[in-house]
Design a protein around this ligand. Sequence first.
Ligand code: GLU
Length: 472
Amino acid sequence: MKVRTRFAPSPTGYMHIGNLRTAIFEYLLAKKYNGSFILRIEDTDQTREVEGAIDFIYKTLELCGFSIDEGPNNDKRYGPYIQSERKDVYKKYAEELVEKGKAYYCFCSEEELEAMRKRAEARKRPFVYDGRCSRLSKEKIAENLANGIPYVIRQKMPKTGVTVVEDLIYGKIKIDNSILDDQILLKSDGFPTYNFANVVDDHLMDITHVIRGKEYLDQTAKYNLLYEAFGWEKPTYIHVAMVLGEDGNKLSKRNGDASFMDLYNEGFLPSAIVNYLCLLGWSPANNQEVFTMDELINNFDETRISKSSSQYDVKKLEWFNHQYIQKMPDEEYLAWIKKYFTKDVSNKSDEWVNRLLLIYKSHLNYGKEINELVENFFNDNIEMNAEAKEFMESDQVIERVISYFKAELEKLDDWNVDVINTAINNVKNALNVKGKLLYMPIRIKASGLMHGPDLADTIYLIGKDTVIKRLK
Ligand code: GLU
């Protein structure tokens, strides 16, 4: 049997990293078994739809390097892959269930439902539809339909017994049928609910593995009853625990949690994001952390997905991103970092700019950070922090290091890294200082900072006049 997985986002304009992680797992599973990765757009709740969201989804998957084997743009006889274009399909299957006695027309008006809801509220019970329309006579139903009374189609749930859901991660879960409400399958506007459409589509699209958020686990009892009513084979279910935000709460745009695109725009590399997210809620058998895409595909083991939720940690993501930046060849790095570098370099040479960007490669955690890191190359008024000031007053020799070094620089005719290194060496020999007492005062005076890239490179790039001015 060919493995077929699907990523089924709703086009709401915001792909949080939890959604993306689901896509990653689906993609890896499909590729590991030489199967197909399918994109299906779940846009049946049109009130939540955001314009342009589908492009956004495509862009995200493309940036992450996930090739879509089937989807709205490449139909392989299973289409359409956009649910709003499949209304007729759902109607047909909903009616089939009515004929089988597993679903029924419900003509209850909004007012009637509201009254039921109020009654349940007064009795402090959760609202469950009381099933009154399931008892309508054939004649009454025909009459209502003929009169064009709006209706929904509801699933008829068994009132006793249990339904078992089998999940690859959570094992067997038993759900009491008595708590299952006669959920709506087809709404009065002809659109299906997610609860119905996902089952119909997963079946018709021959999906073998359904990976989705754990919040759907209990609902799956209802889906199983649908599969059974139709006599269809169920897919393998893989429910994955939630990714929580940095504050420990559910991820949401409102909480200011970053979406994939926000991270991308900050200068996180898609490959690093994918690698990091994959390890949120999944772990390989060994301790490897940094993986190429091929390694991820080969090592991915769906049975090792974790049962407990994981917490998003931007520091850890920065660590991954840093590793990926180091792996980039210099040419590629320069082309990439220039997209994030916003300093005015109109009076600098290309050579100067490239060199500056390169000496920060090994310091960088994400693209936009470059602008903070190089701030003191562009700012005449550098300010030392308290720690640097304290250091500058910590030893008598420091003042002498500075003035000797300044005199050395003033003597120079050429300006390159070699002569600067020689100048530093001359200070060392003349004053008999080394290590921190030699380098730190020069670095602090020249750049304002206690740490940074190679000292001679830094001084070279700041420029002779500026450094001498700062040493004074
Ligand atoms: N459209 C659903 C969502 O975005 C997909 C759930 C599923 O994968 O079945 O949450």
